[in-house]
Design a protein around this ligand. Structure first.
Ligand SMILES: O=P(O)(O)OC[C@H]1O[C@@H](O)[C@H](O)[C@@H](O)[C@@H]1O
Length: 224
């Protein structure tokens, strides 16, 4: 059913790049922010490898560590605030769209009686879900704020996905993970979920597979 193996009863969706076109907005804002700070930043390599899918502070820490820079927490918070102000401005100016294929997939999942949760590293997830009218599809939401409240480890650790499965009352082997980020598919793999769908929005099908995706699609409509 819906391109999933038998036994899957719950679906765990990443947001940016899986349900909405906001991954590119984040990438653009990170590039501008890091380059203003004096660090050349390549989206195809640095964003994908060090930042994509991770919690805000983890992305900053991991990218700067790759340049052998290890700033104090106050500095990481400052850079994160600059980047977030820019993301919010870009979202206000450009708007946010949900992928049509993802909306149709969620409608089909709802009609099929599958449970659904959002698992996003972003602190802006609730707002993005709301403005794209996708919140109504989600029975649970584990986002950047929930992660902080509960002290969960971020992606690529599986903890946020495991928390969402627990909230839905489903064992990991009965849940499928939908992710576009390498850190996200790695989290799905590490959590021993029943199925990991890699969503290829950045021409990285091979890398998604190598990090743990069971299948890779360009759009969720391929699974309908
Ligand atoms: O800064 P926010 O909105 O809390 O988002 C954190 C991260 O959320 C992830 O979903 C994005 O892939 C990252 O690019 C982003 O950095």
């Amino acid at each position: 059913m819906l391109g999933l193996p038998g036994g899957i009863t719950a679906l765990l969706f990443d947001l940016d790049g899986v349900l909405t076109d906001t991954a590119a907005v984040h990438a653009k804002a990170w590039k501008a922010t890091f380059e203003d700070e004096g660090y050349p930043f390549d989206i195809a390599t640095d964003y994908v490898k060090y930042v994509d899918g991770k919690a805000r502070e983890d992305g900053i820490r991991d990218f700067l560590a790759s340049r052998d820079v290890h700033p104090p927490e106050s500095e990481i918070t400052r850079i994160g605030t600059v980047k977030n102000d820019l993301v919010l401005r870009l979202i206000r100016e450009q708007g946010v769209e949900a992928y049509e294929g993802s909306r149709r997939y969620l409608e089909a999942a709802e009609a099929a009686g599958l449970k659904r949760a959002l698992v996003s590293s972003s602190n802006n997830a609730a707002e993005v879900l709301k403005v794209t009218d996708m919140a109504r599809f989600m029975q649970e939401r584990v986002d950047g704020g929930v992660k902080q409240e509960l002290g969960l480890k971020g992606k690529p650790a599986p903890d946020t996905f495991l928390e969402a499965a627990k909230r839905l009352g489903v064992a990991p082997e009965h849940a499928a993970v939908f992710e576009d980020a390498l850190a996200g598919v790695a989290a799905g793999h590490a959590g021993h979920f029943g199925f990991v769908v890699g969503v290829n929005r950045a021409n990285q099908a091979q890398a998604l597979k190598a990090h743990g995706a069971d299948i890779v699609v360009d759009d969720l409509s391929e699974l309908l």
